[in-house]
Design a binder for this molecule. Sequence first.
Ligand code: ASP
Length: 445
Amino acid sequence: MRTVVAKFGGTSLADADQFRKVRDIVRADPARRFIVASAPGKRSPEDVKVTDLLLACYDKAAAGADYSAELDAVGARFRSIARALSLDFPLDDELQALRAHLDGEPRRDYVVSRGEYLNSRLLAAWLGFTFVDPEWCVCFDDAGHLDNAMTRRTLGAALRPLQNAVIAGFYGADMAGQVHTMTRGGSDVTGSLAAAAIHADLYENWTDVSGLLAADPHIVSTPRTVKYVSYRELRTLSYMGASVLHTDAVLPVSDLDIPINIRNTDRPADAGTTIVRKLPRGETKYPIVGVAGRKGMSVIQVEKVMVSDESGFTAVMLDMLKNRKLPFEQCLTGIDTVTLVIRSDLLAPCKEELFAEIREKLAPDYLGLTENLSMIAVIGERDTESSDANVRVLHALAREGVPINTANQGAGKLNLLVGVPEDRYEDAIRVIYAAIDDSMQNEGA
Ligand code: ASP
């Protein structure tokens, strides 16, 4: 029998109506046996997430201030769900216990984890599934880091005997029983760990969008939804700022080749985006997945005649960065030039002394700095040649008068990176999107 792990995010479980949708979705496929839940998220753009209310409770309690308003708001969120669904659940006892903890020596991670804990207990009651508390099976080491290998074993042992279960996302505990939370959005990681632990056939990640978009919808109107994306392409998209899944959620399932399907709780009929290691046959005919970018980049350009014959020149430069723990985004070398792309906020504190050291140690013929740049990635690692699309990208930018400061594809086919001035970033994204429109797959295409 197929087994699916389905994780529902905060907006998918924000109120009783959303709980009803979730139950319909779970019942629609008996393979959806293991459900991972987030804390209630926002019901409207002005609303506050329960996790943020809990954070505020903790901050106030730790400062000895009155946290009643925030705790009451947390209680009201859960009470309205429990009442509307007529759930038989000792919510008052739970809230009382939380208050007692806050009045003692509160621990931040414990307090913040209560959003997932309570929501998962309510969801388990609503679905008639067993509740699994990650305190016993999502393992952190003594330093407070998630222990992937141990979690896989322990969570697997906890889930395998069960027909179905709801697992609270976002937290676990160390050997001493201290609760630890993951970074924000961490329920995605719990879902991935659960899917890996039981070798699920599929990890569904239910959220409030119908998958990944091929471009930022604030810039391009109604961009395509990406149907398939490889783990590597996703990594590049996320790095470039397209956020749909916690970055740590990929590794546990990609190791085991378990696909991730991003789905929309409000539009369950949409196929969403499927993240895979290898694209299915026929899906490789479109070379490009999408376009994404980042602002706030600087480019350092060092020129010296015959630099290509001088061994160690680039290494000396990279050592200077290493000594300052300054990461770089790209390093491009030409006949007589070395170009480094670095995040401006990281470069700013050491710019002057770095330049002084380059002048002193390398005596360049020219040393230049271009600031306020953005880097745009045109992403696609397909069997199909993407060079045609790349040519069209560069040509379209030139035609529209968008200056190209750097262009880099390296030897791999994963992406073409172009550097353009920050004030032309939005133009560039629109121009590129239009140029590659027919090179992209489309949901239902
Ligand atoms: N509730 C947590 C957050 O708001 C974790 C999650 O939703 O995944 O970040």
